[in-house]
Each structure stands twice: as structure tokens, then as C-alpha cells.
Ligand binder design. Structure first.
Ligand code: SF4
Length: 371
């Protein structure tokens, strides 16, 4: 396998990055997400190649993966034990110093917010979700499992978040923060807690780019309130644009019609400005790959960054219990390259969102593909 020059080398790199996202790497990592909102329970690494050094990569830790790391380089093993240099480098993100601290009321900082990649602080402000009953729950999500395992607290107060953010910036060089939430009852669907949290964090750390993530608020005035609180970017995550897929994978969330997502995205683009709004699109829920790429193109046209992420059956999810499988690396590569090309044509780079998952990029292959 050569990774020296030319378009073939780029294709190989994207394929290898896609395979790493799906099969993981036979290496442990001190920084991980045990359970939580959304589709990832990975270890956090920094990945590099000839052109990019130290981009965040959230990868499954898998002792059976054909990919291993020696001397900081990623090797692909075959059945005979022969190792091939992939040309990629990989280092584990070190445990941040703020994990050793505890709030005055006795809560470990690590239970309030976690390090993602090397410099993103991430928290789930409200760790419960009105849609968590088994009949309604998104089949890829484990938001309340980390609560049951004692790894986090149900609701983080604005003061706790401010205290942890200040320490994480000071001690560990955190450069942006992501705040997500389970969906709450009421027309704000979780935005109210985000508004209070953003305000408190920015009082403690003025200028820290913060991305907020929530369902489309029933009352769109909450989008303006999030912006006025100081949020830099907003993620309104639909996961799939196919209504049949939505009903199957997100029985509760799919009761919010796509038209509500579109209205919320449009309002968010109007309020937050260009390239500050994003959504997740999961690859592997059974959608037609070409329709997925075309749908992502429609989102780009309306100013929304489609953060394309592979579905993986994370332990603790309904999907894993029911034996759902991840997509093939080929499908992931195909969709990622298609979406990355549309992003490049529109001049939309994830990094320009300044805060949030698109700015971080670790859970997606888009960055490697030039998106
Ligand atoms: S892409 Fe989002 S969820 Fe993934 S590591 Fe980055 S901030 Fe965390």
C-alpha cells in the first residue's frame, strides 16, 4: 500500500480512515466516551498523514481490529501476521488534568463534562430524554445509560459547567465547547437549559466558542435566545432525511416532521449566519447512498453543514440488542466523498463552524476527504 502521491493515495487514505472508523484500532485510549447521547462510544486519538497532523479521531478500541499502532504509525495486519504501513500516524489523547478535580459540592469534573479529541469540551446538559421509553427511543442512543452507570449527573447546573469550562481551558488548552441535551417537555425542547448554560460558561471564559445542540424548538424564538446568550454555532440533528428510516430508527423523534427541521434550520441560518448551523446524517440506517448524498446537497444549499457519521451498533443501544450492523467501509467512503465534494464546491469547511462536531470532525471521515 503506497500513500506517497496522487489521487490514488488520497483514495487509499479515505478508505483507511473509513475502515478505522468502523473496525477501530487495537489500542487503548485514556480519553473515551463510555456512553452518552448520540452514536459514539469511542476512544479519542490524534490522526495524521503527510498533509494533516494531529486531527482528532474518535475510533472504536477493538483488540480484534486488523489495524494496530507501533512507533506511532498505523499498521494493517493480514491473516498471516504480515504488517503493512498505512502511512497514517496515531497517538492517544492524554488524560486531561481537569479530570482530577472535583466541584465544591463533591462532583468529579469528569462527570460534568468530558474532553473530546485534544481540545473540545463536551457535555450533555440534561442527561435524560422524554423520548427514552423503549417504544420511542432513538435506536442508536444511550443517553440515560451513563446516568445509570454513575458516570455522570442528570442535570448539570450552569455554575458547575462554568467551573469545569474555566479549568479545562486553563489547564488543558480546550478551545471550544459542545453542549448537547436530551429532549425536555415544553416548547423549548431543551433550549432553555442551554441558554442558561451558555451564559454562565461565557461569563467564566469570555470568547470561548460554544456550539449548542437540540431538537427544533417548537417555538423558534429559542434559536434567537441561544444566539443572544452567546452561542457561536448550533446543531439541529435530524440523523436521516428519509421519513421511513426516521420512523424505524427514531420512533419518538420522527414525530417532529421534517418541515419543522427545515423551518428551524432556516431560522438558525438567518440568526447565526453562514456556516454556523449543522446537522448529523448517519450512514448505515438503510438509506439509499445516492439519496443521502443528494439530501446532503440540499442541506448545503440551505446553509446547513451535513456532518456525515457512520452508524455503529454501540453497546447498550436497542440497535445492538437487535443485531443491527455498521455500514461497509465502501458505502461510508462513497457517501463521505460525495458529500465532501459538495461541501468543497460550496466553500463550506467544517473547521469554519468554529465550535461543534463539524469544527471538531473526529467522529466523521469528512475531514480526511477534504470537507
Ligand atoms: S465530532 Fe462531536 S461528538 Fe465527535 S468527538 Fe468531536 S465534538 Fe465529540
Amino acid at each position: 500500500m503506497s500513500v506517497d502521491t496522487g489521487p490514488t493515495a488520497v483514495d487509499v487514505r479515505i478508505t483507511t480512515r473509513a475502515e478505522l472508523a468502523l473496525h477501530g484500532v487495537a489500542m487503548d485510549a485514556p480519553v473515551r466516551r463510555p456512553d452518552g447521547a448520540g452514536p459514539s462510544d469511542d476512544g479519542h486519538f490524534l490522526i495524521g498523514h503527510g498533509l494533516v497532523d494531529g486531527a482528532g479521531a474518535a475510533l472504536p478500541r477493538n483488540p480484534d481490529s486488523p489495524y494496530s499502532v507501533r512507533d506511532g504509525r498505523v499498521w494493517l495486519g493480514d491473516e498471516s501476521g504480515h504488517l503493512t504501513d498505512t502511512g497514517l500516524t496515531l497517538t492517544a489523547v492524554r488524560r486531561p488534568r481537569f479530570y482530577d478535580l472535583t466541584t465544591a459540592d463533591g462532583v468529579p469534573y469528569e462527570h460534568i463534562a468530558r474532553l473530546h479529541g485534544a481540545d473540545v469540551l463536551a457535555t450533555t446538559v440534561v442527561q435524560t430524554c422524554v423520548r427514552y421509553a423503549e417504544a420511542d427511543r432513538c435506536r442508536f442512543c444511550t443517553i440515560e445509560e451513563s446516568l445509570r452507570s454513575g458516570a455522570t449527573v442528570a442535570a448539570k447546573t450552569p455554575a458547575q459547567l462554568a467551573e469545569v469550562a474555566e479549568a479545562a481551558v486553563r489547564l488543558d488548552g480546550v478551545r471550544q465547547m459542545v453542549m448537547t441535551t436530551g429532549t425536555t417537555t415544553g416548547p423549548d425542547r431543551g433550549a432553555r437549559a442551554l441558554v442558561r448554560s451558555v451564559r454562565a460558561v461565557l461569563e467564566a471564559v469570555p470568547g470561548l466558542p460554544v456550539q449548542v445542540q437540540c431538537e427544533p424548538p417548537g417555538d423558534l424564538a429559542w434559536i434567537r435566545a441561544l444566539y443572544d446568550a452567546g452561542a457561536t454555532a448550533v446543531g439541529i440533528h435530524v440523523e436521516s432525511l428519509d421519513d421511513e428510516v426516521r420512523r424505524r430508527w427514531m420512533p419518538g423523534k420522527s414525530t417532529v416532521p421534517l418541515a419543522e427541521y427545515e423551518a428551524a434550520w432556516d431560522e438558525a441560518v438567518r440568526v447565526f449566519g453562514p456556516n454556523r448551523v449543522s446537522t448529523y446524517l448517519l450512514v448505515g440506517l438503510g438509506e439509499d447512498p445516492d439519496e443521502l448524498v443528494a439530501g446532503a446537497g440540499g442541506l448545503i444549499d440551505r446553509g446547513v453543514y451535513p456532518f456525515v457519521v457512520p452508524f455503529r451498533p454501540m453497546s447498550g443501544t436497542l440497535a445492538a440488542r437487535d443485531g443491527a450492523g455498521a455500514p461497509s467501509a465502501e458505502v461510508l467512503r462513497y457517501v463521505t466523498e460525495g458529500v465532501a465534494a459538495k461541501l468543497r464546491a460550496a466553500g463550506m469547511r467544517g473547521a469554519d463552524q468554529r465550535a461543534g462536531c463539524a469544527a471538531c470532525g473526529a467522529c466523521s471521515v469528512l475531514r480526511t476527504a477534504g470537507g
